[in-house]
Design a binder for this molecule. Structure first.
Ligand SMILES: Nc1ncnc2c1ncn2[C@@H]1O[C@H](COP(=O)(O)OP(=O)(O)OP(=O)(O)O)[C@@H](O)[C@H]1O
Length: 287
């Protein structure tokens, strides 16, 4: 597909507003704001995050970048409450502990994690209650442009299609906070750009707050309104990206943001791998 047709394609995926969102009322539709204070997290002796203070406004689209192992996914897992912080407070912008908002938060991973023995539609409907569960699942599927694949098995979909199903499975719950842990990491470049446009359209339409962890600085600049760099156990850079949407990869202003962030990441050399301990195996000397 020619890149110029991507915008049209992404737009074509958009269906009328999801009834599920409309049913939940205005308060629940709004994005969830976040207030993190003094967050600390260690794994054994390895301190990954320390004293992290962060405020995210309702409905912001934030990307989190940084070198491998800096703690990006750890931050997301704490927000998803898959793990607990050792210290500090995780709250929503109204001051409530984040633990009270479990139902408002959904997470997507690099792998779609679909159940292979269930159809696409049944994967999305999983955990939904009520007589209209399947109808709501169909609406979510239509929103990611896969209405016609409802009865397919996940194994028959491409990687990009599987991620769109995973996105529909999150959307059907009308999340107020969508956490995205490298969900596009395994996709080819064109599919990634299509997914950027789709994510952007859905975010604009539904108003959820989005946090995207990515290795790809260009991806961060393509979709986020704000990019955070994690380094030295905390937020080392917090940069606003005020560019019109949809964004043009390679346009001068786009390239300037990308270069500035990348330059900041590369200022510091990669952490040297720990040298292996010296070991004297055997020594023989010729006489
Ligand atoms: N369950 C765990 N047990 C022990 N150490 C862990 C665990 N999870 C993460 N770590 C360590 O914490 C650090 C941060 O991991 P994290 O997955 O958050 O990094 P990341 O920035 O997301 O990396 P990547 O970009 O490579 O995915 C790493 O050093 C990692 O080895």
């Amino acid at each position: 597909m020619h890149p110029l047709s991507l915008e049209f394609e992404a737009g074509a995926w958009l269906a009328p507003p999801a009834r599920d969102c409309a049913q939940r009322g205005p308060r629940q539709q709004a994005g969830l704001g976040l207030r993190l204070q003094g967050i600390a997290k260690s794994y054994g002796a390895r301190q990954v995050l320390q004293g992290v203070d962060l405020e995210i406004a309702p409905g912001e689209f934030v990307a989190v970048v940084g070198r491998s192992g800096c703690g990006k996914s750890t931050l997301l897992r704490l927000l998803a409450q898959l793990e607990s912080a050792d210290g500090g407070a995780l709250a929503s912008d109204d001051g409530q502990p984040l633990a009270r908002h479990r139902e408002d938060i959904r997470i997507m991973f690099q792998e779609a994690r679909l159940l292979p023995w269930k159809t696409v539609l049944d994967n999305i409907a999983l955990g939904l209650a009520g007589p209209d569960a399947r109808e709501r699942a169909r609406e979510a599927l239509a929103q990611v442009g896969l209405a016609e694949r409802a009865q397919d098995w996940p194994a028959r979909l491409s990687g990009g299609q599987r991620q769109r199903v995973a996105l529909a499975r999150a959307l059907v719950h009308a999340p107020r906070l969508l956490l995205l842990d490298e969900p596009l990491g395994a996709l080819d470049a064109l599919t990634r750009i299509e997914m950027h446009r789709l994510l952007e359209s859905l975010w604009q339409r539904h108003g959820f707050t989005a946090l995207l962890v990515t290795h790809d600085v260009a991806e961060a600049v393509a979709v986020a309104g704000r990019v955070l760099l994690i380094e030295d156990r905390g937020v080392a850079l917090d940069r606003r990206i005020e560019l019109p949407r949809p964004r043009q990869h390679g346009a001068p202003a786009f390239a300037r943001h990308e270069a500035a962030i990348l330059g900041r990441v590369l200022q510091r050399p990669a952490e040297a791998a720990e040298p292996p301990p010296l070991r004297l195996v055997s020594a023989r000397f010729a006489t």
